[in-house]
Design a protein around this ligand. Structure first.
Ligand code: IPD
Ligand code: CA
Ligand code: CA
Length: 264
Protein backbone atom coordinates (compact mmCIF):
# COMPACT_ATOMS: atom_id res chain seq x y z
CA UNK A 1 0.00 0.00 0.00
CA UNK A 2 1.43 3.32 -1.11
CA UNK A 3 0.16 5.17 1.97
CA UNK A 4 1.84 2.75 4.40
CA UNK A 5 5.18 3.11 2.69
CA UNK A 6 4.81 6.87 2.85
CA UNK A 7 3.74 6.67 6.50
CA UNK A 8 6.76 4.58 7.43
CA UNK A 9 9.12 7.04 5.76
CA UNK A 10 7.73 10.16 7.42
CA UNK A 11 7.46 8.48 10.85
CA UNK A 12 11.14 7.55 10.76
CA UNK A 13 12.15 11.05 9.69
CA UNK A 14 9.94 12.49 12.43
CA UNK A 15 11.63 10.18 14.95
CA UNK A 16 15.04 11.45 13.88
CA UNK A 17 13.89 15.06 14.32
CA UNK A 18 12.56 14.25 17.80
CA UNK A 19 15.74 12.43 18.85
CA UNK A 20 17.88 15.37 17.79
CA UNK A 21 15.59 17.72 19.73
CA UNK A 22 15.70 15.48 22.82
CA UNK A 23 19.49 15.67 22.86
CA UNK A 24 19.35 19.46 23.15
CA UNK A 25 16.22 19.86 25.25
CA UNK A 26 16.46 22.81 27.63
CA UNK A 27 13.80 24.12 30.07
CA UNK A 28 12.91 27.03 27.78
CA UNK A 29 11.76 24.50 25.17
CA UNK A 30 9.22 22.95 27.55
CA UNK A 31 5.81 24.60 27.93
CA UNK A 32 2.54 23.91 29.75
CA UNK A 33 -0.84 23.40 28.05
CA UNK A 34 -4.19 23.17 29.87
CA UNK A 35 -2.61 22.54 33.30
CA UNK A 36 0.84 22.55 34.91
CA UNK A 37 0.97 18.80 34.43
CA UNK A 38 0.16 18.88 30.75
CA UNK A 39 3.44 19.55 28.94
CA UNK A 40 4.42 20.21 25.36
CA UNK A 41 7.91 20.77 23.99
CA UNK A 42 9.17 22.55 20.92
CA UNK A 43 9.92 19.06 19.63
CA UNK A 44 6.22 18.04 19.74
CA UNK A 45 5.35 21.10 17.66
CA UNK A 46 8.24 20.71 15.26
CA UNK A 47 7.46 17.04 14.61
CA UNK A 48 3.75 17.74 14.07
CA UNK A 49 4.54 20.61 11.69
CA UNK A 50 6.90 18.35 9.72
CA UNK A 51 4.35 15.52 9.47
CA UNK A 52 1.48 17.83 8.52
CA UNK A 53 3.58 19.46 5.81
CA UNK A 54 4.60 16.12 4.33
CA UNK A 55 1.04 14.78 4.36
CA UNK A 56 -0.41 17.96 2.89
CA UNK A 57 2.15 17.97 0.08
CA UNK A 58 1.44 14.38 -0.84
CA UNK A 59 -2.31 14.20 -0.14
CA UNK A 60 -3.65 17.77 -0.40
CA UNK A 61 -7.31 16.65 -0.22
CA UNK A 62 -6.92 14.71 3.02
CA UNK A 63 -7.78 16.05 6.49
CA UNK A 64 -5.22 16.10 9.27
CA UNK A 65 -5.98 15.86 12.98
CA UNK A 66 -2.95 16.49 15.15
CA UNK A 67 -2.73 16.77 18.92
CA UNK A 68 -0.98 20.13 18.85
CA UNK A 69 -2.85 21.85 16.00
CA UNK A 70 -6.28 20.21 15.97
CA UNK A 71 -8.17 19.37 12.80
CA UNK A 72 -7.54 20.90 9.41
CA UNK A 73 -9.36 20.11 6.17
CA UNK A 74 -12.93 19.91 4.93
CA UNK A 75 -14.09 16.84 6.87
CA UNK A 76 -13.44 14.74 3.81
CA UNK A 77 -13.16 10.99 3.39
CA UNK A 78 -9.61 10.58 4.65
CA UNK A 79 -8.05 11.80 7.88
CA UNK A 80 -4.51 11.38 9.20
CA UNK A 81 -4.46 11.32 12.99
CA UNK A 82 -1.14 12.37 14.50
CA UNK A 83 0.34 12.22 17.96
CA UNK A 84 3.76 13.73 17.23
CA UNK A 85 5.27 12.49 20.49
CA UNK A 86 3.24 10.09 22.59
CA UNK A 87 4.96 10.00 25.97
CA UNK A 88 6.11 13.62 26.20
CA UNK A 89 6.81 13.35 29.94
CA UNK A 90 9.21 10.43 29.32
CA UNK A 91 10.70 12.34 26.39
CA UNK A 92 11.42 15.30 28.68
CA UNK A 93 13.00 13.03 31.29
CA UNK A 94 15.26 11.41 28.69
CA UNK A 95 13.53 8.05 29.05
CA UNK A 96 13.08 5.77 26.03
CA UNK A 97 9.30 5.16 26.25
CA UNK A 98 7.96 7.60 23.69
CA UNK A 99 7.03 7.35 20.05
CA UNK A 100 5.65 9.02 16.95
CA UNK A 101 2.13 7.75 16.26
CA UNK A 102 0.16 8.19 13.01
CA UNK A 103 -3.04 6.56 11.81
CA UNK A 104 -4.77 6.93 8.45
CA UNK A 105 -8.56 6.76 8.66
CA UNK A 106 -11.23 6.57 5.99
CA UNK A 107 -14.70 7.61 7.15
CA UNK A 108 -13.77 6.75 10.72
CA UNK A 109 -12.21 3.39 9.93
CA UNK A 110 -8.48 2.76 10.42
CA UNK A 111 -6.76 1.81 7.16
CA UNK A 112 -3.07 1.94 8.07
CA UNK A 113 -0.93 3.00 10.99
CA UNK A 114 2.62 3.39 12.17
CA UNK A 115 4.13 3.73 15.65
CA UNK A 116 7.85 4.48 15.71
CA UNK A 117 9.89 4.37 18.91
CA UNK A 118 13.25 5.95 18.01
CA UNK A 119 15.08 5.03 21.23
CA UNK A 120 14.56 1.31 20.67
CA UNK A 121 14.41 1.64 16.88
CA UNK A 122 11.11 -0.26 16.84
CA UNK A 123 8.90 0.47 13.89
CA UNK A 124 5.38 -0.92 14.21
CA UNK A 125 3.21 -0.89 11.11
CA UNK A 126 -0.26 -2.22 10.37
CA UNK A 127 -2.57 -2.27 7.40
CA UNK A 128 -6.23 -3.21 7.55
CA UNK A 129 -6.65 -6.88 6.67
CA UNK A 130 -2.92 -7.40 6.18
CA UNK A 131 -1.56 -7.80 9.70
CA UNK A 132 0.67 -5.87 12.05
CA UNK A 133 4.48 -5.96 12.03
CA UNK A 134 7.41 -4.77 14.12
CA UNK A 135 10.56 -4.18 12.08
CA UNK A 136 9.14 -6.49 9.44
CA UNK A 137 8.25 -9.35 11.80
CA UNK A 138 4.56 -10.31 11.96
CA UNK A 139 2.91 -9.67 15.33
CA UNK A 140 0.49 -11.92 17.19
CA UNK A 141 -1.22 -11.28 20.50
CA UNK A 142 -0.47 -13.71 23.31
CA UNK A 143 -2.61 -16.78 23.93
CA UNK A 144 -2.59 -16.44 27.74
CA UNK A 145 -5.99 -16.93 29.25
CA UNK A 146 -5.07 -16.98 32.91
CA UNK A 147 -5.33 -13.56 34.53
CA UNK A 148 -2.84 -14.44 37.28
CA UNK A 149 -0.18 -15.03 34.61
CA UNK A 150 -0.97 -11.88 32.68
CA UNK A 151 0.95 -8.63 32.44
CA UNK A 152 -1.21 -5.56 31.94
CA UNK A 153 -0.43 -1.91 31.27
CA UNK A 154 -2.31 1.27 32.10
CA UNK A 155 -1.95 5.03 32.38
CA UNK A 156 -3.26 7.92 34.45
CA UNK A 157 -4.16 10.68 32.02
CA UNK A 158 -7.33 11.14 34.07
CA UNK A 159 -5.26 12.32 37.05
CA UNK A 160 -3.32 14.74 34.90
CA UNK A 161 -6.68 16.11 33.71
CA UNK A 162 -7.75 16.51 37.35
CA UNK A 163 -10.55 13.91 37.39
CA UNK A 164 -11.66 13.74 41.02
CA UNK A 165 -14.36 11.14 40.69
CA UNK A 166 -14.28 7.95 38.69
CA UNK A 167 -10.58 8.12 37.98
CA UNK A 168 -8.32 5.15 37.32
CA UNK A 169 -7.06 4.64 40.90
CA UNK A 170 -10.08 2.52 41.84
CA UNK A 171 -9.52 0.17 38.92
CA UNK A 172 -5.75 0.09 39.43
CA UNK A 173 -6.40 -0.95 43.03
CA UNK A 174 -8.82 -3.63 41.93
CA UNK A 175 -6.81 -5.09 39.05
CA UNK A 176 -3.25 -5.01 40.49
CA UNK A 177 -3.67 -7.86 43.00
CA UNK A 178 -5.28 -10.12 40.38
CA UNK A 179 -2.60 -10.06 37.69
CA UNK A 180 1.07 -11.04 37.39
CA UNK A 181 2.02 -7.39 37.08
CA UNK A 182 0.94 -3.92 36.06
CA UNK A 183 3.28 -1.68 34.07
CA UNK A 184 2.94 2.06 33.53
CA UNK A 185 5.20 3.08 30.65
CA UNK A 186 3.67 6.48 29.84
CA UNK A 187 2.79 5.99 26.18
CA UNK A 188 -0.64 4.65 25.31
CA UNK A 189 0.46 4.05 21.71
CA UNK A 190 3.36 1.86 22.83
CA UNK A 191 1.17 0.12 25.42
CA UNK A 192 -1.12 -0.94 22.57
CA UNK A 193 1.89 -2.15 20.57
CA UNK A 194 2.91 -4.29 23.55
CA UNK A 195 -0.48 -5.97 23.49
CA UNK A 196 -0.15 -6.47 19.72
CA UNK A 197 3.32 -7.98 20.25
CA UNK A 198 2.04 -10.49 22.79
CA UNK A 199 4.34 -9.02 25.46
CA UNK A 200 1.43 -7.66 27.50
CA UNK A 201 -2.00 -9.27 27.67
CA UNK A 202 -4.05 -6.11 28.20
CA UNK A 203 -4.06 -2.31 28.35
CA UNK A 204 -6.74 -0.07 29.80
CA UNK A 205 -7.05 3.63 30.41
CA UNK A 206 -9.69 6.26 31.15
CA UNK A 207 -9.42 9.63 29.49
CA UNK A 208 -7.15 9.14 26.50
CA UNK A 209 -7.86 10.95 23.25
CA UNK A 210 -8.26 9.71 19.68
CA UNK A 211 -4.72 10.69 18.73
CA UNK A 212 -3.28 8.62 21.63
CA UNK A 213 -4.75 5.38 20.29
CA UNK A 214 -5.44 6.00 16.59
CA UNK A 215 -2.39 4.02 15.42
CA UNK A 216 -2.18 1.47 18.24
CA UNK A 217 -5.75 0.21 18.02
CA UNK A 218 -5.24 -1.06 14.45
CA UNK A 219 -1.99 -2.70 15.59
CA UNK A 220 -3.90 -4.68 18.25
CA UNK A 221 -6.72 -5.71 15.94
CA UNK A 222 -4.41 -6.73 13.12
CA UNK A 223 -2.39 -8.84 15.59
CA UNK A 224 -5.58 -10.71 16.53
CA UNK A 225 -6.57 -8.78 19.66
CA UNK A 226 -9.67 -6.82 20.61
CA UNK A 227 -10.32 -3.18 21.49
CA UNK A 228 -13.51 -1.95 23.16
CA UNK A 229 -14.62 0.75 25.56
CA UNK A 230 -15.04 -0.15 29.23
CA UNK A 231 -18.65 -1.22 28.59
CA UNK A 232 -17.53 -3.69 25.94
CA UNK A 233 -18.85 -1.44 23.15
CA UNK A 234 -17.08 0.66 20.53
CA UNK A 235 -17.28 4.14 22.04
CA UNK A 236 -13.55 4.30 22.81
CA UNK A 237 -11.72 6.36 23.86
CA UNK A 238 -14.74 8.41 25.02
CA UNK A 239 -16.02 5.66 27.34
CA UNK A 240 -12.55 4.42 28.31
CA UNK A 241 -10.32 2.05 26.36
CA UNK A 242 -9.62 -1.64 26.89
CA UNK A 243 -7.36 -3.63 24.57
CA UNK A 244 -6.58 -7.28 25.18
CA UNK A 245 -5.40 -10.40 23.42
CA UNK A 246 -9.11 -11.14 22.90
CA UNK A 247 -9.17 -14.19 25.17
CA UNK A 248 -9.14 -11.92 28.23
CA UNK A 249 -11.55 -9.23 27.00
CA UNK A 250 -14.58 -10.42 29.02
CA UNK A 251 -12.49 -11.22 32.09
CA UNK A 252 -11.01 -7.71 32.06
CA UNK A 253 -14.40 -6.11 31.36
CA UNK A 254 -15.68 -7.63 34.61
CA UNK A 255 -13.49 -5.19 36.52
CA UNK A 256 -15.37 -2.26 35.05
CA UNK A 257 -18.96 -3.31 35.78
CA UNK A 258 -19.54 -0.25 37.99
CA UNK A 259 -17.69 2.15 35.69
CA UNK A 260 -19.56 5.39 35.10
CA UNK A 261 -18.46 7.49 32.18
CA UNK A 262 -18.17 11.14 33.19
CA UNK A 263 -17.10 12.37 29.76
CA UNK A 264 -19.44 13.95 27.28
C1 IPD B 1 -0.01 10.55 27.02
C2 IPD B 1 0.50 9.15 27.03
C3 IPD B 1 0.24 8.49 28.37
C4 IPD B 1 -1.20 8.49 28.70
C5 IPD B 1 -1.80 9.85 28.52
C6 IPD B 1 -1.46 10.50 27.21
P1 IPD B 1 1.20 12.49 25.59
O1 IPD B 1 0.21 11.21 25.79
O2 IPD B 1 -0.11 8.38 26.03
O3 IPD B 1 0.61 7.16 28.39
O4 IPD B 1 -1.35 8.04 30.02
O5 IPD B 1 -3.17 9.66 28.51
O6 IPD B 1 -2.00 11.78 27.17
O7 IPD B 1 0.58 13.64 26.30
O8 IPD B 1 2.52 12.12 26.10
O9 IPD B 1 1.12 12.64 24.11
CA1 CA C 1 -0.49 11.10 23.51
CA1 CA D 1 1.59 13.89 22.38
Amino acid sequence: MEELEFLTGIAMQAGAIALAEQAQLTPDRIHTKATQLDLVTDADRKVEAFLSREIRNRFPDHDIYGEETGRTGDRGEYCWIIDPIDGTTSFIHQLPNWCVSIGLYRRGEALASVVYAPASRELYAAEKGKGAYCNGVRLHVSARSCLEESLVTTGFSCLRAGWQEENNLKFFDRISPKVAGVRRFGSAALDLCLVASGKAEAFWELGVENYDIAAGELMVREAGGQVTDLFGKDQYPLHGTLATNGVLQDTMLNFFQDYRCIRK
